[in-house]
Design a protein around this ligand. Sequence first.
Ligand code: PMP
Length: 405
Amino acid sequence: LQTRDGAALRTDFPGLVTADGAPWHYLDTAATAQKPQAVIDATVRAMGTDYATVHRGVYARSADMTLAFEAARRRVAQFINAPSENEIVFVRGATEGINLVAQSWGGANLKAGDRILLSTLEHHSNIVPWQLIAERTGARIDVVPLTQDGRIDLDAMAAMIRPEHRIVALAHVSNVLGSVLDVRRAADIAHGAGALLLVDGCQAAPRLAIDVQALGCDFYLFSGHKLYGPTGIGVLWARGDILAAMPPYHGGGAMIDKVTFAGTTYAPPPARFEAGTPAIIETIGLAAAIDYVEAIGLDVIAAHEDALVARTRAALREINAIRLLGPDDAAGIVSFVMEGVHPHDIGTILDESGVAIRAGHHCAQPLMAHLGVEATARASFGLYSDESDIEALLKGLDRVRAIFG
Ligand code: PMP
């Protein structure tokens, strides 16, 4: 991708060079994205000349920061087409957001006999929080299987869902296989059985245009750091009526209406779920990241990454020792295993060639068990990825084959 004046977008990202100034072939954007200078500048300003607390100060700097902070909330609402910015809860990341929903909504609504529906490909952060609340409430967990090519099998979901299922929690895009969920259909199936649908949008938000109203889900989550923004900030969107009925998750300052030792009343959402001084700097950085990706266009980013995935899959298919995982229309992510070579060795040899991939179980051990592997090698793309990254990857894989015979 290029900027409007034709320069390579890579130059916007100071992280994309090695310590000695050589290009770095960063193929681990699904773990965390490199940051454009615009995001870095916005956070430096927020931490420097603009810095003050929000929501409490009577002085002008704090009032200005409060305006910027709440403008970021509106920016996020716009980004995912939420009906109201009051449905946007700032959290530390998707992990905290899912724990919030599981403990708050789950604690108030789940009881013994109820069931929770997940899928085989979920990230641990969309499994373990549900196990914790299941243990607390006596609810049980069921798992939707995958299709042959690694998608959540919605036909199987439709066949197995029952009135006891109160909530379904699924990844929009798999962080291992890149498979994309038909969220609309999943929402229709869930709602048809009287269940809510939570969507883990961690890998979708950086590469697909999100419209929570069109998707029809009830909860949507993503992390800022995968969307070219800072760490420590994430978004929980929930339908307003659901959020209004949810009890607090964390207690503390900023989430109350009135506190006495006889009892405390709570603020309406989103403040009810944002105890303590928020991640002010990171939130401003997230808004800058959204400005950055929207100036390029999510449709442009998606098409760009689709082309890179297609090219990579075609090249890897030519290598006999490689088994490609996931569907051909994967979003931004290509996982594979190589006969006789541990993914960690692939990763280490590639690193010596200036190529960074991820090797491991990707926080998806149940999926690894289903695939019959302990780990995979994963190349994942971002808006700054280009043909030179794929060439470096293929060259590095030649070296791997040479070393391992
Ligand atoms: N879900 C998916 C699909 C992910 O890829 C990740 C991050 N690897 C998470 C959840 C957790 O996100 P975070 O660590 O930012 O909370």
